[in-house]
Each structure stands twice: as C-alpha cells, then as structure tokens.
Design a protein. Sequence first.
Length: 316
Amino acid sequence: MTPGILALMLVLGAAGPARASDTADPRARAVLEEMTKAYRRLRTLEQETTYQIKGSELGRLVKSRLVVQRPNKLFLEITENTAERVEPVITRHVWDGRDAWTYYELRGWFTQERAPRDFRGSQAVSGSVELAAIAGVDLFGQLAAQARSVRLEAPAIADGVETDVVYLDVGDDLRSGEIRLFVGRQDRLLRRFTFDSAAIPSRASEKPAPPLLPGEEALEPLAPPRSLRFAYDNRVTANHALPREAFRWIPPPGALRLNNSPLGAAPQGGRRLPFLIQGKPVDLSKPTEPTDLTPSKVTRARDLIEKARRQRTRKP
C-alpha cells in the first residue's frame, strides 16, 4: 500500500473504532459533500504536496507531485527518506493513456503494463487521497462517518486562497483525534489536511498495588504513548490544459525493466529469458517513447519463430 491511503488508514486506526456522529453541523457536511462532487467533476489536476509528520513511520515522506487527466493519464511521484540511502528516493507512476509504468528508484527497476481504462481499482490510487477521490471513492464521507462530531470552524488561508475549515473529532476514550480539512471556498478542493492525536491520561487506580513478594522487583512504568501529527499542504491547479509531455515516459538512466511477462520464466531455445532487461541510454533532446528501449529477447524470439514459419511455407 502506498503512502496516501496508508496515511488515512493510520489516522482511522489511531482514532479507534468507528462510531456514528453524535453531533454534525449541516454546514460542515455540506462542505464535505461539495468537495466529493468537485473531485469527481475534475478534468485535470496538478498538485504538489509537502508533508509534516511526527510520531509515525510515515515521517519518511518528504513530498509528492500529482498530475491527472481523465480518463486515464497520470503522473504521480512520491519522494521519501529511507534507511538504505542518504538522499531521498522516488517512486514514480506514469500512464500515457496506453501504457503504464512504475519506477522504484530504491530497487533500480521499473515495470510496464497496459494502462487501466480509468483510475478506479488501480493500485496507484492508493498513493493519493485526492486521486482516490477523483476515482470516485468517498473518503471524506468515510471520515465523517468515523467522527463523534463534525463542525465548521473559522475560515483560514491555505495555498493563498480562503478556505472553509471542517473539524472532525475521531477520538475515543483512549486517544484524542482531531482532523481538520481546509477546503477552498471557490473550487472546493483540499488545500491542507491535519491530524493530531494524543493519549488520554488514565485515571490512577483507587486500589493500591499488592505488596511485592520476597525477591520480586517492581516493574518500571511504561513509557507514555507518543503523540502523533500528520499534516500536508497542497498547491493546486485544476482544469487547465496539460501538455502531452506531462505524461511522457522517460526511462531513468541505468534503470532495469522488470520482465513481468509470463514468457520471462519459460525456456526459449534452451535458455531462459533475463528477469531484468537493461534500458539503453536516453537522449533527452528527442521525444522519448517506450520504443526507445532495447527490444526484449521475447520480441526477438517471436520474430525468429515467425521468420522460420514463413520459410517453411515457401518450400515446394
């Protein structure tokens, strides 16, 4: 699961089990419904996101960039820190409407397959809450369903625009949980997301602890649970014409293509095909297409088989 929806699941998990809203401001619910409709109506979206995270494994996230054009063109790049590298690494998804590529910098290889017809049901959707909303998933309604209360707070400025701030209390008896969604007043797109959670101190037990047995040592008190903050800011441009180059696949220099074809493990002429196929150097001065890659041995084998078949049919 990629970071966007993983973050949302962390939010819901830290907030405790789902419960129906006790109180809900109709104005706040109206903003959430308008936001869901706004994402479903989008034709194109460009979004740059920066993260501020404390107390969670998601603290490795640095930034992401999302470019979308309906029905099935996508550029999604996620930058994160890892224990294996000093510098941040990227994961990149590119769909040009025909083919879909996914590049993993840490592993040094990429995959290629047919692009889905739309964004629904694609694994890449899990990389962005907003992309999931574009695909038709009602994440904001799910958050409201988890909340004990939903209300509208004072307006605020985010991404240089005035926003309505929707507050959701998703805490329980063990932990507090506060979500704030900063929703643009004009376009109803999400400009900022914040989630804060902290453990609620338990009441001291009225019953004294039993005396220690001979030779028994008192246990050290448990460390208090960590507080959690997950927040991100979006810079958004919506419904603008996008150049074709925005979804052009450029093989990263030195990256290997993962041969995920079923023929990759089948013997061909007494030899097995390579699991990884090296891409040739990329000339960035020319348009780069998938055909710039070195032809795979699968293709060569098919060509040889077809050539042999034609020669046999020509014999008297």
